[in-house]
Structures are given as C-alpha cells and as structure tokens.
Design a protein. Structure first.
Length: 305
C-alpha cells in the first residue's frame, strides 16, 4: 500500500512551469491528504480501540478514507452527518456509496430526537463519547494533532526534493479546507530552517474561518501560512463556470485534479500571479480526492455541458 514518497512532475500553466507533488498517486483508499493525515493511525498500535467516530459531510473524502482505515484495522466506524440528501442516497458511486460498502455506519442526526439543535461535534462530545470508552474520535476532515505525524513525512519529502533539484526559495501552494495540511507543512518548514513557505487559499468558509482552524491546531501565529485572496466568494460544493473551465484547462496538461478544492486553488494562484506577485519556484500539492469527481463531474456536465 503506497502511503508516502510520491513523485514530483511539472506542467506549463499561466505562462510558466509549475511543479506538482503527486500525492494523488498514493493508495486510492487514502488518496492524497488522508494518507498523510491518517498515517499515524496505521503506524501505531491502538490495543483498546474497537471503533472510530467521525463526522462531516456524507460526500466527504474523509468519510471514505475513515471507512477504509476502519476496515483495515478491524474497527467499526460511526460517522455522524447533519442530513443525507435524497440524491445522495440514490447514488451508485462516490464517497458515500464506497464508505457504506466498507461497512461505515452513517448516522443521520436530523433523525435523532435528542439532538436539541447541537452541532455534530457537540452532539458527539456531549452525548456519544461518554458511552464509548473504546472509541477513537477524529474531528472533521482529520483536523487533529495526530495528522502532524504524516504531514511531517510529506514536508521531509518536499525538502529532500528541493535540495536534490536545487530549488531555492520554493513556495508550496495548496488549497485548504480545515487548513491542517497547510499549517503543519509550514510549521515543519519553519522548524527545519529551510527557505520553503506555504501559500494557501480558503475553499471552505472564508479566510477568518481558516485562521480560526489554524488557531485550533497551533497558538503560534508565525507558523500560519499566508492566505491568498480569492477572486470572488465561492460556496464550497457549488458549481461555477470558471471553476469548470479552470479544471478543464489544467487537466489538459495531463494530470486530473479534484473538482471541489483544486479549481478554486488554481484560480486563486492565477489571480495572485496576475497581481504581479513574484514567486521563483512553485510546487502545487495535488491532494487527491478524485473519487469525489464521480459525483461532481456529472453535475458539472449537466450544468455546463
Ligand atoms: C482533495 C482535497 N484537497 C484539499 C483538502 C483540504 O485539506 P485540509 O483540510 O487539510 O485543509 C481536502 C480535505 O481533506 C481534500 O480532500
């Protein structure tokens, strides 16, 4: 099972060369950043654990990867969601379907009478974990200190590549959700004393939300990556013509990217460069997530042809 040491390739886009760290080539069950975020749970023993508990969207990559992790470790998985839309229940492929096939128990909180308006996280912390002494709780999107273990390995691979190919003054760009990957990468670059910095953009909830997410993982603000502004506000999971166009034009370079985070990431990077910001070498981190394309792409094709 390939869970580290991915190659770096390059494409020509925006009139220049951009390197791509191909974390999409990691094992499909942990494609991209889940392989890095969940590496800790595969590399360590958890003798007391019999169950994983998580929450998030029923379409999340993390639902599928947690189901794969649970299956490999012989654990149960209880995954709490706000609500499961009718169209998701009728899908034949995608994260939700694949997770259920792996045995995930997806719990729809909208059907719980004792929810009392609480968020999934509150509900789990207040009403679930007290009765689950053998469960391991993983916050949404794998945003937790355990993630640092695998992301440090990723940072080391990038540093080794940069040294090997004499990339001085390297910028690593990646689109963020919870910001876990961007923050721990930047932290490790700073702690290692190398001239590599992370630039990111907020694909979920805006810049303030992303900074708030950083602060849940570290109080040291100098570790926080720079957040690039977006050309306009994008609601996560919605369909936008320019996102589809950008996805098509980048994919023409021979590497397929995900349709949720990457189009926004590439648009933000393009805008940043257009504004005259000079970056000598750029490494774009491909974080996988391609299984989600099987539900996003038909939606895009229906809307834009
Ligand atoms: C494909 C892809 N890109 C980007 C991200 C955002 O990662 P993070 O939550 O670490 O910011 C995710 C979510 O985990 C993802 O699945």
């Amino acid at each position: 099972m390939k869970l580290s040491n991915t190659p770096v390739e390059s494409i020509r886009i925006f009139g220049r060369e951009i390197f791509i760290k191909r974390d999409d080539l990691l094992h499909p069950e942990f494609s991209g950043n889940k392989a890095r975020k969940f590496a800790y749970f595969l590399a360590h023993d958890f003798p007391e654990t019999t169950k994983l508990i998580g929450y998030g969207s029923p379409q999340a990559n993390s639902l599928y990867s947690m189901s794969a992790l649970a299956k490999i470790r012989g654990w149960h998985l209880d995954f709490y969601v706000d609500h499961i839309a009718a169209h998701i229940k009728t899908q034949t492929q995608g994260n939700y379907v694949a997770a259920c096939e792996n045995g995930a128990n997806v719990i729809d909180l909208s059907e719980r009478l004792d929810r009392e308006g609480r968020t999934s996280e509150q509900y789990i912390k207040e009403s679930v974990l007290i009765n689950e002494s053998n469960a391991l709780f993983i916050p949404e999107g794998g945003r937790c200190e355990y993630a640092e273990f695998g992301i440090v390995q990723l940072a080391k691979e990038i540093i080794d590549w940069a040294v090997h190919t004499a990339q001085f003054d390297l910028t690593v760009f990646l689109p963020s959700g919870t910001g876990t990957t961007a923050l721990f990468l930047n932290k490790h670059f700073i702690e290692s004393g190398v001239d590599i910095r992370v630039l990111t953009c907020a694909c979920v909830g805006g810049n303030d939300y992303l900074k708030q997410q950083f602060s849940e993982l570290s109080q040291i603000t100098s570790f926080y990556p720079e957040i690039v502004p977006l050309p306009k506000k994008y609601h996560f999971g919605n369909l936008y013509r320019e996102c589809y166009d950008m996805w098509n034009s980048v994919s023409k370079q021979g590497i397929v990217f995900d349709l949720l985070y990457d189009p926004v990431g590439w648009l933000a990077l393009e805008e940043y460069l257009k504004k005259g910001n000079k970056l000598s070498s750029i490494l774009y981190l491909h974080q996988g997530g391609l299984l989600g394309n099987s539900s996003m792409l038909p939606r895009y094709k229906r809307k834009f042809g």
